[in-house]
Ligand binder design. Structure first.
Ligand code: GLC
Ligand code: CA
Length: 519
């Protein structure tokens, strides 16, 4: 059973570097998050996911952890984070931290010990071959950097050596099994990290590269799943209110492995991709630009079946066991404002926030912050453009920091019309106020929350997409023209609408770029 609070949870993802700086050093901090909790609450978000905020050399924005139990001094102290948990809880906000179980930083003390020629407790904490010139059977590896005569396996960037959870079917002397005491010790060490933060008031974890633990795992990820099931047993026994969300994007496997939620990410060709990011800029793959054919693009070739084909299969298979999490975007993706105009975003968000499961809003997407073209920072590469400072108001650095502009972690949007929270709060039709209205509606209607059944009603091309959530009927028309569906909605009460929507004589007529929820 998932913790009850997830039923009506709406998450806000914070990239701590860029949210709010309170001491003028140009980088966001815990006190800044505390200061903005009321704002987060006013949006209708009642849960947070904070990207890694632990001690790190920041070669991958903190996904290279040097000490799992100590926060990075640039954000504050451990006590500041504990205070953030406490203040958030007072306002009914749950807080998830980011757990990076697949790898550490090459500067982590476990890795330093593991590099030593002499055997010690950490010799097998990472995956090493047997010889300094030995390859790793196709896995990426590094040699020549340690006193130990062996090469080690990477999990992502060069700075991220893979922690050793074993191989499903070891067939080399250097490959340990998943039941080896040393690979079990890795799992137990990660559980110890989780307990540390849960005991200090954190409410669970977003788990980085959750499918990556056991090497040469089978298609069902049996080895990695066994580890997460073991973790879930600990949570169910000792922390039944703690929540876990995976970066896995295969809910059939992730939710069966014990996760409460799994992110629906934008893997190319995937269903989510067809909704909001069905384009391929040339800089991404070095090929030709591909025309934007996202479902929510006003002039696209409208076909919701590209999404439903994948989603319905996942949803039907997993609705009794956990939640699929829709997201506006995250710190790894291009912001949706890159290709969608604010009027298109309103409809995309209206859809995301009326779907089952637990939704996630990335900081700044509520005001339609732009994706900026910037040089890479902390291993961000193209992702850097989605990690710029939050735009609060018209003051210096758009209210992000009192520091001087060139001390900022990343520059703020230089555009004269850069959207800000203060600016949009005044405009009743702004994207920000639309997000607030949609989330307020979701909280008021149990049928719009995580559990109520989702049933597509009208999915034909050239018509509005109409779906049922429990007893409610929802319709969206992203096109720039009137469309009509033969759906009997006569006499239903309108709970919320964007644009024009009229039900009469067994027909639902939707104006250009419109959305409606009918009771
Ligand atoms: C995940 C994170 C990403 C990071 C990578 C390696 O995909 O979201 O930001 O670079 O894992 O930890
Ligand atoms: Ca700061």
């Amino acid at each position: 059973m998932a913790p009850k609070w997830l039923k009506d949870a709406v998450f806000y993802e914070i990239y701590p570097q860029s949210f709010k700086d309170t001491n003028g050093d140009g980088i966001g901090d815990f006190n800044g998050i505390i200061e903005k909790l009321d704002y987060i609450k006013s949006l209708g978000c009642n849960a947070l996911w904070i990207n890694p905020c632990f001690d790190s050399p920041f070669k991958d924005a903190g996904y290279d952890v040097r000490d799992y139990k100590k926060v990075a001094p640039r954000y504050g102290t451990n006590n500041d984070l504990y205070r953030l948990f406490g203040e958030a809880h007072k306002k009914g906000i749950h807080v998830l931290l980011d757990l990076v179980p697949g790898h550490t930083s090459e500067e982590h003390e476990w890795f330093r010990q593991s590099q030593k020629a002499e055997k010690n407790e950490y010799t097998n904490r990472f995956i090493w071959t047997d010889f300094c010139f030995q390859g790793a059977k196709g896995l990426p590896y590094i040699g020549g950097e340690s006193e130990r005569s062996a090469t080690y396996i990477l999990n992502f960037f060069k700075c991220q050596p893979a922690l050793n959870y074993g191989f499903l079917h070891p067939d080399e002397p250097w490959q340990l099994g998943i039941d080896h005491p040393d690979t079990i010790a890795t799992r137990e060490a990660m559980k110890d990290v989780m307990r540390f933060w849960l005991d200090h008031g954190c409410d669970g974890f977003r788990v980085d590269m959750a499918a990556s633990l056991v090497k040469f795992d089978d298609e069902k990820k049996s080895g990695t799943s066994a580890i997460w099931k073991n973790v879930r047993e600990m949570l169910d026994a000792d922390y039944p209110e703690a929540a876990m969300v995976s970066e896995w994007s295969d809910p059939k496997l992730a939710l069966r492995a014990g996760y409460h939620m799994d992110f629906y990410l934008n893997h190319p060709g995937g269903g989510y991709n067809s909704l909001m990011r069905d384009y391929q800029p040339a800089w991404w793959a070095g090929e030709e630009d591909k025309k934007d054919n996202s479902y929510f693009k006003k002039d696209a070739d409208r076909d919701i079946s590209r999404f439903l084909g994948e989603y319905m299969d996942w949803y039907e298979d997993t609705k009794e066991i956990g939640y699929i999490s829709m997201l506006t975007c995250n710190h790894d993706t291009v912001r949706p404002r890159f290709n969608l105009e604010p009027d298109e975003l309103k409809l995309a968000y209206a859809f995301l926030f009326t779907m089952p499961g637990v939704p996630y809003l990335y900081y700044g997407d509520e005001i339609g912050m732009r994706y900026l073209d910037l040089p890479t920072k902390e291993g961000g590469y193209f992702r850097t453009g989605s990690r710029t400072p939050m735009q609060w108001d018209e003051s210096a650095n758009l209210g992000f920091s009192d520091g001087c502009a060139d001390s900022l972690y990343l520059p703020v949007d230089p555009a004269g019309d850069a959207p800000t929270v203060a600016g949009q709060e005044k405009d009743p039709y702004s994207l920000l106020n639309t997000v607030k209205a949609l989330l307020a509606l979701r909280h008021a209607q149990e049928d719009l929350q995580a559990d109520a059944p989702f049933v597509p009603v009208c999915t034909e091309k050239g018509k509005p997409f109409v779906y049922q959530r429990g007893a409610l009927l929802v319709a969206v028309n992203p096109a720039g023209t009137d469309v009509c569906a033969e759906v009997d909605a006569d006499g239903r009460e309108c709970l919320y609408k964007i644009g024009k929507a009229e039900a009469a004589d067994g027909k639902l007529v939707m104006g250009p770029q419109s959305f409606v929820v009918l009771k």
